[in-house]
Design a protein around this ligand. Structure first.
Ligand code: HAM
Length: 435
């Protein structure tokens, strides 16, 4: 007897999105599309695998992502490739490669899986989905404000604006950061005994990241550290003030967070995060900022860029917490066919309904069975209606329509009348969901 094979399971931190969950994703994705369309953004679709060098050069050699979290492998040619840990680097690579940044302005978005070998926990996965928004060719601060307005509009559309807080900071220019870095290193060196191992390491490699430490023992030390804002030059200050003035003007609330430094090296000037305290430790649902300097770093001419990415799993978790979050049922009508003639006629009627009623979700029962067992399936499908055909109805050219959720009577009718009845119901439903 053949030995029973052990079932193979998914990789830790990489999840299936099962059919019962995909309607929730569709609902959030539809809201995203509506919002990005309303600001005139275009979709860009990018490869999932890029040359490893791209991420090293853009995210930074001494960041957690590049040091510890990338899925890197040699392909059959011996080239080092990496599953993208984020989308900004690939998006900019594509725009440079195709000459899109030459005297042009672009507003782009993408959505897809990213990969980081982090320790999995709730809200932190090894494969996760991001919506990314990237813009090129605009020096700001008006486009900086647009980034924030666009994301805020999405929160409002999804009913979660009161659950998220906008945190803002400016990282200034690379020269300003270098001057600040020196002051910060001096400050931490004067308190070496208070630094944990991670921070001692960062003191040599990336001291600004110490400000991001979650170690409660270092809270006080970090709170008293010098502030980057005090080292910004006039241009950076004006840029930041113009952004906050626009947000004030439009009534967008925010919190200034001078410790917001971000975990990727490519940022300068504006950085922001949308955070919530309803998701436990993984509370940042969206983050981004300006990365003008990266364009030259990847071989382009001086130019401007700002963008953000949001974690789809975190956003969904937040959206699903609302009591009134509902998705449309998968099926509007379920066709029950009992009898040889009924099966044949039913298939024809179903095709006619699909042709004449755009937007109708109709499932035809396949595989036979009694009226009773087919009704059970119809009920379980969540459909609003059962369309019933037995051999007698088939012979008369009729069908029965039974509302499954309202307790209304079942009615016999010829096929054209069925088309009319379902058309009326679809129109009523569409106008309800539009209002
Ligand atoms: P990031 O802060 O690394 O930025 O990621 C953005 C968002 O992706 C996070 O706020 C979080 O919601 C989600 N995220 C990150 N890692 C995970 C994970 N392991 N599991 C689940 N969700 C996660 C970027 O990726 C930049 N590319 C953002 C950007 C675009 N900046 C400019 N343009």
């Amino acid at each position: 007897m053949a030995k029973k094979q052990q079932a193979i399971q998914a990789i830790r931190g990489m999840h299936d999105i099962l059919p019962e969950h995909s309607p929730r994703w569709h609902k959030v994705e539809a809201a995203i599309r509506e919002v990005v369309d309303s600001y005139g953004y275009q979709e860009i679709r990018l490869p999932i695998v890029e040359k490893t060098e791209l991420f090293k050069r853009s995210i930074g050699e001494v960041t957690d992502i590049v040091e510890k979290e990338m899925y890197t492998f040699d392909d059959r040619n011996g080239d080092s490739l990496t599953l993208r840990p984020e989308g900004t680097a690939g998006c900019l690579r594509a725009c440079l490669e195709h000459g899109l940044l030459h005297n042009q302005v672009h507003r782009l978005w993408y959505c897809g899986p990213m990969f980081r070998h982090e320790r999995p926990q709730k809200g932190r996965y090894r494969q996760f989905y991001q919506l990314g928004v990237e813009t090129y060719g605009m020096a700001g601060p008006d486009i900086d404000a647009e980034m924030i307005l666009l994301s805020e509009r999405l929160w409002k559309k999804l009913g979660i604006r009161n659950k998220v807080e906008l945190q803002l900071n400016s990282l200034g220019t690379s020269e300003e950061r270098a001057a600040y870095r020196e002051k910060l290193v001096d400050y931490f060196k004067a308190h070496l005994e208070l630094l944990d191992d991670d921070s001692l390491r960062r003191l040599e490699t990336n001291p600004l990241r110490i400000l991001d430490s979650k170690n409660p023992d270092m809270k006080q030390l970090i709170a008293e550290a010098p502030e980057l804002m005090d080292y910004l030059g006039e241009d950076s200050r004006n840029h930041f003030h113009a952004l906050t003035a626009t947000l004030d003007d439009l009534g967008v609330s925010y919190v200034l967070n001078s410790r917001l430094v971000r975990g990727l090296d490519y940022y300068g000037k504006t950085v922001f995060e949308w955070v919530t305290d309803e998701l436990g430790a993984q509370g940042t649902i969206c983050a981004g900022g300006r990365y003008d300097g990266l364009i030259e770093q990847l071989g382009g001419k001086t130019n401007h860029a700002i963008g953000f990415a949001l974690g789809m799993e975190r956003l969904l978790a937040l959206v699903e917490m609302q009591a009134d979050f509902k998705v449309d049922p998968m099926v509007d009508a379920y066709m029950i066919r009992v009898g040889t003639d009924a099966e044949k006629v039913g298939m024809r009627v179903a095709e006619q309904l699909r042709t004449e009623l755009s937007g109708l979700k109709l499932q035809v029962h396949c595989g036979g069975g009694s009226f009773k067992s087919q009704f059970k399936k119809a009920d379980k499908s969540g459909a609003e209606y059962a369309v019933i055909i037995g051999d007698e109805e088939a012979a008369r050219g009729e069908v029965s329509l039974k509302p499954l959720r309202t307790g209304e009577e079942q009615q016999n009718m010829p096929v054209p009348e069925l088309v009319g009845a379902l058309k009326g119901w679809l129109a009523r439903r569409n106008s309800r969901s539009a209002s």
